[in-house]
Design a protein around this ligand. Structure first.
Ligand code: NI
Length: 398
């Protein structure tokens, strides 16, 4: 079966690459991606799927009904681009200024459409249903959340028994599948903090209440908090990345502002860090007679792969591509994904599809979100085959 799926995907390769390039030329950002939605609807129009458009976003949910009854499996491709100007020199580079498919979501859409075509070709042998989730707004817009709220998991009347997503990356060797059981990606929350002091003349700080040294103390103390109070085996990253205070050399400003990010790999450490950031910031403020206003804006939760599901993805990819092209990652990556919302509801996994161009080194190639990132399109057939093979495995398990 495995060889067969890969060669089947290879026959769709030109079509997949052509669709990907059309998407790449016309990237869109956020939750409303009308052009991308239209392109998807056209690309899958001849497949006879049950297609529904999102109401609050431009999502597309397409359901393939197998020839006989069986379980439901969910496959996802995200659709959105990023606000940066492409500088790759590709002949199908972005035609929209300041917008680029720099995270490869164009390849995800094209591969998911390819998998829909491959599985539709095999409809006669499919027992169950496949839900194709085309999702806008992954890059910080919580697009998956909107789709869940609109009933994504009830698209076939039966909850999916498995869910799978791929993410392409230029920092793994082309044509490899890389995943791991348990946490794959971090939670990502935003810290916004204002130290309320009292302004005055820089020569007479005792008449003012200077928020700058207090803000500095908070920045340092947060790092001490992370190393002294968080279990090193359930780690956290706290980075203050934006500091604003003052206007000139001889004026003490009334306030100082800090912004940063919190990354963790478990729900427990995530809430512990929230609590400790507050304790440290407000405590240091109080020690110097100042109020600290703190807001922690919740971003994506931890992306946790189901252990058994991730192990079968690893095994399936090994069978499909050869054992040397399927890897278990030693560590998670501290980026974040809203696929995490789906994995909170359904046992499933995400895997990284390596797509480093053959003339570059995965360790030094421009990475996802770079204006220079290039993906090896030869890997797209691997992605199509992996989506399809994982779906067939879930359906065959029932
Ligand atoms: Ni991405």
């Amino acid at each position: 079966m495995a060889d067969d799926v890969l060669s089947h995907a290879a026959t769709l390769s030109d079509r997949t690459i052509d669709f990907r390039r059309r998407l790449h030329r016309r990237p869109e950002i956020g939750l409303q991606l009308p052009g991308t939605q239209e392109a998807i609807l056209t690309e899958i129009a001849d497949l006879g799927l049950d297609v529904r458009k999102g109401t609050s976003t431009t999502s597309v949910v397409a359901v393939l009904e197998g020839a006989s009854d069986g379980p439901t499996v969910l496959l996802r491709g995200d659709m959105d681009a990023l606000p940066l100007t492409e500088n790759t020199g590709l002949d199908f580079a972005s035609e929209i200024d300041g917008t680029m498919h720099a995270c490869g979501h164009d390849t995800h859409v094209a591969m998911l459409a390819g998998a829909a075509r491959l599985l539709t070709d095999r409809r006669a042998n499919i027992a169950g249903r496949v839900v194709f989730m085309f999702q806008p707004g992954e890059e910080g817009f919580h697009g998956a959340r909107y789709m869940l709220d609109e009933g994504l998991l009830d698209a076939t009347g039966a909850r999916p028994s498995g869910a799978f997503a791929l993410h392409i990356t230029s920092t793994f060797a082309s044509g490899t599948i890389n995943t791991r059981p348990g946490p794959l990606l971090a939670s990502a929350d935003t810290i916004r903090l204002t130290v309320q002091g009292k302004g005055g003349h820089a020569s007479a700080p005792h008449y003012a209440n200077d928020p700058i040294p207090v803000a500095c103390e908070i920045v340092i103390a947060l790092q001490t908090m992370v190393t002294r109070r968080i279990d090193i085996f359930d780690p956290a990253v706290v980075t203050i990345a934006h500091v604003t205070a003052g206007t000139t050399d001889n004026v003490i400003p009334p306030t100082a502002e800090l912004e940063g990010t919190i990354r963790t790999l478990s729900a427990e450490t995530r809430s512990r860090v929230h609590e400790l950031v507050r304790q440290v910031a407000e405590g240091i403020g109080a020690a110097h007679g100042m109020q600290v206003e703190l807001e922690i804006v919740a971003g994506y939760p931890v992306t946790v792969n189901d252990g058994d599901f991730a192990s079968s993805v690893h095994a399936i990819a090994g069978e499909l591509l050869g054992a040397d092209r399927s890897s278990v990652m030693k560590t998670p990556i501290m980026g974040a994904e809203d696929w995490s919302y789906v994995l909170q509801e359904v046992p499933g996994a995400m895997a990284f599809l390596g797509a480093c161009p053959p003339d570059l080194d995965p360790d030094t190639a421009p990475g996802n979100h770079s204006n220079l990132v290039v993906f090896d399109e030869a890997a797209l057939a691997t992605g199509v085959a992996t989506y399809a093979a994982v779906a067939l495995d879930v359906l065959g398990r029932a």
